[in-house]
Design a binder for this molecule. Structure first.
Ligand code: CU
Length: 329
């Protein structure tokens, strides 16, 4: 049992090491071709907490993830994300051009609108800083152009989140962009912080993240100590939540069950039902609109292994806590 326990610690340590490594490739998870829908698609529930416990890789979800998680691949099911360039300068406002090509090799021209847009572009540095959620415009040839400003050097991940009209389910493809310049990695803030301040708003997170089954996350927005009730609709909802798995930046995009009509006001709470595919550390980015502007509130959460609190054997170590050091801003 001690050996198993040590192994668990060792694997946990690996998870931390991955979380602290930047610019690594995106293939930390084996990408399988088994075809369940992947838009935030969960892994098979419950697998990792039983037989697989203590096995190398089990805590990383590698051997238990039977689906291709969104965002880890530049090509999937015949669709490819093709940036014009894989390098951009730091600090400047730049135009980032790319196409999404389909199974016929041509740029995809027809999309199914999701959350009021044909395509959502999420860009984040691989240390999970510098998050941006923008909406590129598409020209008649199917070329997308986004305005970006990448503050400093490092490797960034660009996620294109879209649904081709020819497909029932959405896709999220990801590509790396290298930005020259001084790179000072920022340690991932610890999961202990459950309140984030952004743009004069305080956002509190309540809920218990879980791997392999649904959990409810509730965000409560306040300003100057008072909960607000004038959240504005943003992309057809009162909030959008992007979750990225620390270590490989696997991507989950969830939105609240209730939709928000133009002119409607919401708050103080925005509730999401989300399912983290594997145990691990995730960085959450809540986008909401208030006071006429879009704000982003980041959080770090840890989804414990299913059965992590069980007392059988000696391998009940949960996943590693958030990497040490660092503190919310
Ligand atoms: Cu969007």
């Amino acid at each position: 049992m001690n050996t198993v326990a040590k192994l668990g610690v060792y694997v946990g340590g690996l998870a931390v090491a991955f979380g602290a490594a930047f610019g690594i490739g995106a293939a930390a998870d084996p990408v399988t071709s088994s075809g369940r829908p992947t838009h935030g698609g969960p892994a098979r529930a419950g697998d990792s907490g039983t037989d697989g416990r203590g096995m190398p890789g089990a805590d990383l979800g590698q051997s238990t993830t039977a689906v291709a998680l969104p965002g880890l691949a530049v090509s999937q099911d015949g669709y490819s994300l093709m940036p014009d360039t894989n390098t951009l300068p730091a600090g400047e406002h730049v135009r980032f051009r790319f196409t999404v090509t389909g199974p016929d090799g041509a740029p995809v021209q027809k999309y199914t609108t999701t959350h009021t847009r044909d395509l959502h572009l999420i860009v984040v540095r691989r240390d999970l800083t510098g998050f941006q959620h923008v909406h590129p415009v598409r020209d008649a040839a199917g070329i997308w152009t986004a305005s970006l400003q990448l503050a400093s050097g490092g490797t960034y991940r660009a996620f294109a989140d879209f649904t081709p009209a020819a497909r029932k389910t959405g896709l999220t493809l990801g590509a790396d962009i290298s930005v020259a310049g001084m790179f000072t990695p920022v340690p991932l803030p610890a999961a202990a912080t459950t309140t984030t301040t952004t743009g004069g708003y305080d956002v509190a997170l309540a809920g218990t993240p879980a791997a392999g089954h649904e959990s409810t996350l509730t965000f409560t927005v306040s300003r100057a100590g008072s909960q607000i009730t004038d959240l504005e609709p943003y992309l057809g909802a009162f909030g959008h939540l992007v979750s990225l798995r620390a270590g490989d930046l696997a991507y989950l995009h969830t939105h609240p069950a209730q939709e928000a009509a133009a002119g409607q006001r919401g708050g103080p709470t925005v509730r999401f039902t989300t399912e983290f595919p594997t145990a691990g550390t995730y960085r959450l980015f809540l986008d909401f609109r208030a006071g006429g502007a879009v704000h982003t509130a980041p959080f770090t959460v840890v989804a414990p292994a299913p059965g992590a609190v069980a007392t059988t054997g000696g391998a009940a170590d949960g996943p590693a806590d958030g990497p040490a050091g660092g503190h919310g801003h």
